[in-house]
Design a protein around this ligand. Structure first.
Ligand SMILES: O=C(O)c1ccccc1NCC(=O)[C@H](O)[C@H](O)COP(=O)(O)O
Length: 266
């Protein structure tokens, strides 16, 4: 694991230690359905985009985002056709917050993914969201228990993998949504070939065992060529952060969503 990821994980553990054990364990009663949302986009011939409210990353700063601004960005993303939102809640390296997540969800009607480095059960009860990111390489053997906790709270887990070994393990777990992150946790480099290599393995598994996982291509989409490349590789939806946060959100969303159609015309 890259030292930066180790630092992020360590900070998450410290944050989790400071959380109250006695937090009320609420159930998300009004879950918004990402499967339906992606299905609707596909029917229109759109590329389903999960747009990420990402104030910063360990290598860059995109915007000062408080709950009011998070809600504005989220509304812009929804109006521009996002099938779902991903909202960073990690405060130290991504400048996210639970308040940003709550505000974004309150003021939109599409599914919202909580994007964080979940390392401890107490974090699972910090906020209500429609989806929660669980990173296989971070949770390891604890993953099945965290998937179960998410399901009990009526939150859909999006399980993220970075390599073949993690994927093999995740395919044995009870998950419907697999995120393939093109950003290596060893080098932090982005390589879209990661998804191109791993997606066929999911498809092969699904054919063999008569299953259907939904695959989210994560990280590194910087334009329509990358988007069509990921969709051609077999991704069902794409998670896009940096590219959208860098400006011209509306225009970029339109191009990404319609990239498949434009390819057909050309
Ligand atoms: O975004 C980073 O630089 C980063 C660094 C270290 C660990 C995780 C990181 N990002 C988390 C994500 O998975 C992305 O925010 C998400 O997939 C969107 O990626 P992108 O479109 O490339 O911003």
């Amino acid at each position: 694991m890259h030292p930066k990821i180790e630092q992020i994980v360590q900070k998450s553990k410290e944050r989790a230690d400071a959380l109250s054990e006695n937090k009320t364990h609420t159930i998300c009663n009004d879950r918004r359905d990402i499967f339906e949302s992606i299905g609707l986009a596909c029917k229109k011939g759109h590329i389903p985009i999960i747009a990420e409210v990402k104030p910063a990353s360990p290598t860059g700063k995109f915007a000062d985002v408080n709950p009011e601004i998070a809600s504005q960005i989220a509304c812009d993303m929804e109006n521009a056709g996002a099938v779902a939102l991903s909202v960073l809640t990690e405060p130290c390296y991504f400048e996210g917050s639970i308040e940003n997540l709550e505000s974004a969800r309150k003021n939109t009607s599409i599914p919202v993914l909580r994007k964080d480095f979940i390392v401890d059960k107490s974090q699972m009860h910090e906020a209500s969201s429609d989806l929660i990111l669980l990173i296989a390489g971070v949770l390891g053997k604890k993953l099945p228990e965290f998937i179960e906790i998410a399901r009990r709270r009526n939150i859909e887990p999006l399980v993220e993998v970075h390599d073949e070994k993690e994927l093999e393990y995740v395919l044995e777990c009870d998950t419907n949504l697999i995120g393939i992150n093109n950003r290596s946790f060893e080098t932090l480099e982005i390589d879209l070939e990661t998804a191109e290599k791993l997606i066929p393995l999911v498809k092969e598994h699904d054919r063999k065992y008569n299953q259907k996982h939904l695959i989210i291509g994560e990280s590194g989409v910087k334009g329509t060529d990358d988007a069509t490349r990921m969709i051609r590789a077999g991704a069902d939806a794409l998670l896009v952060g940096t590219y959208l946060m860098e400006g011209n959100l509306k225009e970029k969303m339109k191009h990404l969503i319609e990239a498949n159609k434009n390819q057909e015309i050309v």
